[in-house]
Design a protein around this ligand. Structure first.
Ligand code: HEC
Length: 287
């Protein structure tokens, strides 16, 4: 009986563990992703803050200097990229890029996977944000991307070379970063943040949780076995042995034991009464 009960318990535990493992894994993975994407969102927002600071505070200061030579320091998107390049030196696995299909500055040109993201924004103007995972030489990373859309204020420098300031043409030439249309998505801000460490700590938590649950199940198994043995199996075996002796007419056989669980004790008591009645009946017959 113990073997059967153990088998049933083992199968139930295995199914339970599999279900718990699935739930724990997906919850931890979701949490890790959410946390890492929140970091990426924060970087995105600080890029926006740098842009607006540059536009409102730095741009006006450079207006008169721009007459003689173009100062990229006044360009909000330039300021954001420069800031994050500095951050990237300290934290090489964090990066920020204004990936653009036809950029003014060639360093901003979208690479294959970035161009795919820009295309997604171009194809569906309701998409505000996309995110996903990538394996890079630095390990696994998550990216968060938002579209860069042209408004009328951009056209002075990004529509036709003939409309652009001469100083801009002198610095960047007339071939790149022009021909942008109003309301067109020309690129995407793409933030990449490392995922490997969040992933591995999620893995550690998962292992610890599953080990703790497995240990608990082993203890449950041991306790169930011990209680079954003490409360049922041992007393029932004794009852069976004594009943065997009594059935063979052995009057010296011991009393049925009173131990075990209440049901077993009741059975034992019933056997004892039956045995007394039997003895009495035999005696009457004999006498
Ligand atoms: C005063 C001219 C000017 C205006 C106005 C301007 N830009 Fe630019 N923009 C530039 C220059 C110059 C660069 C390249 C800076 C550098 O060296 O990285 C640039 C770079 C960019 C970049 C980075 C990709 C690239 O082309 O190198 C994006 C994206 C961008 N601009 C978008 C915009 C948008 C959107 C607007 C309107 C909201 C806008 N720009 C308005 C001059 C301008």
């Amino acid at each position: 009986m113990l073997l059967r009960i153990n088998l049933i318990l083992l199968v139930a535990f295995a199914l339970g563990m599999a279900a718990i493992s699935l739930v724990v894994t997906s919850t931890l993975q979701e949490n890790a992703t959410r946390e890492v994407l929140a970091q990426a969102g924060l970087m995105m927002d600080s890029a926006a803050a740098i842009r607006s600071y540059t536009e409102t505070e730095i741009g006006p200061l450079l207006d008169d200097k721009m007459v003689t030579a173009f100062r990229p320091q006044s360009v909000p998107f330039y300021a954001a990229t420069q800031n994050f390049l500095t951050l990237h030196k300290e934290h090489p696995d964090y990066s920020y890029k204004e990936a653009t299909l036809n950029p003014t500055n060639p360093r901003d040109r979208a690479m294959d996977w970035e161009a795919d993201i820009v295309q997604r924004f171009r194809n569906d103007s309701s998409t505000r944000e996309v995110s996903g995972g990538r394996d890079t030489p630095m390990g696994s990373t998550l990216y968060l991307a938002r579209p860069i859309r042209v408004d009328s204020g951009c056209l002075e420098c990004h529509s036709l070379p003939s409309a652009a300031p001469a100083t801009l043409l002198a610095r960047y030439g007339r071939d790149n970063g022009f021909g942008w249309q109003p309301n067109e998505v020309v690129g995407a801000q793409i933030v990449s943040v490392p995922f490997a460490s969040a992933e591995s700590s999620a893995g550690r938590v998962r292992r610890d949780v599953l080990t703790a649950i497995a240990a608990m199940l082993v203890i449950v198994l041991l306790v169930v076995n011990a209680s079954l043995y003490v409360l049922v199996i041992r007393p029932v075996r004794r009852i069976a042995r004594i009943a065997d002796q009594v059935s063979l007419g052995d009057t010296s056989a011991a009393e049925f034991p009173s131990g075990g669980g209440p049901e077993v004790a009741a059975l034992s008591a019933a056997f004892n009464r039956m045995r007394k009645s039997l003895d009495k009946a035999l005696r009457m017959l004999g006498g």
